[in-house]
Design a protein around this ligand. Structure first.
Ligand SMILES: *Cc1c(COP(=O)(O)O)cnc(C)c1O
Length: 223
């Protein structure tokens, strides 16, 4: 079930701040997705390749699909023909594979680099050091079929607002550095900072987020 009033309140608030909403529809039905699409929502996020393929098949073709989960190299080929933005790039190997599959499909695929900002080992992402290594990687300039559009991160799942705000502000500093690096690379055009979920999106927006990924506030809890 879609919470229409929550959707309207959240989009009204975000549009004042020029923040884009990705509606996270993982484990939710095609009917729920279509209900939100009918209200004008275009961007949807999914975590699992198999589920994304089915939904892409079944839902309106105007939908822009964001892959926000942990992407395995051997699965890139399945989503490469249509994916709008891949949020979780966390290795050079994965970036290279996305470039290869994008080329096969005659596309340029937009990517976000995922940075590890939380205190939880279950989360993925590059350290600040690995991020810098990737940006200096000598093979990066030749990847003509990807465009690095910014960064993505997930804060600690914590009620400690100072901790969460510090994690977001750290990610924003990394993002500012990436923006500065954009000038030297034709395949970097940093304009997206993807951070904030149902429980922390307001803190994320206060710390410079330009794109939030919200699921449960819109669709209810996932069982
Ligand atoms: C599930 C998920 C979300 C949305 O989480 P909610 O708490 O339901 O808003 C956002 N980002 C990522 C990477 C996710 O896996």
């Amino acid at each position: 079930m879609v919470n229409i009033s929550a959707y309207q309140n959240i989009t009204a608030e975000l549009s004042k701040k020029n923040v884009r909403l990705v509606a996270v529809s993982k484990l939710k039905t095609v009917a729920d997705i279509e209900a939100l699409y009918a209200l004008g929502q275009l961007d949807f996020g999914e975590n699992y390749v198999q589920e994304l393929l089915l939904k892409h098949e079944q839902c309106n073709k105007n939908i822009q699909w964001h892959f926000i989960g942990h992407l395995q190299t051997n699965k890139v080929k399945y989503i490469a023909p249509f994916v709008h933005l891949i949020h979780g790039i966390d290795s050079m190997k994965l970036l290279k594979e996305v470039n290869k599959q994008a080329k096969k499909n005659g596309r340029i695929i937009n990517c976000l680099l995922q940075v590890y900002i939380a205190r939880e080992e279950s989360k993925f992402g590059l350290s600040e050091e690995e991020l810098n290594e990737l940006l200096q990687w000598d093979e990066l300039p030749a990847l003509n079929n990807i465009c690095i559009k910014g960064l993505m991160g997930m804060a600690s799942f914590s009620s400690d607002k100072t901790l969460v705000a510090n994690e977001f502000s750290f990610l924003n500093r990394c993002y500012q550095q990436l923006k500065a690096a954009s000038a030297q690379h034709s395949n970097i055009n940093a304009e997206i900072l993807s951070m904030g979920m149902s429980n922390d999106y307001e803190l994320a927006v206060a710390n410079g987020s330009t794109m939030v990924r919200i699921g449960s506030l819109l669709f209810g809890n996932r069982s």
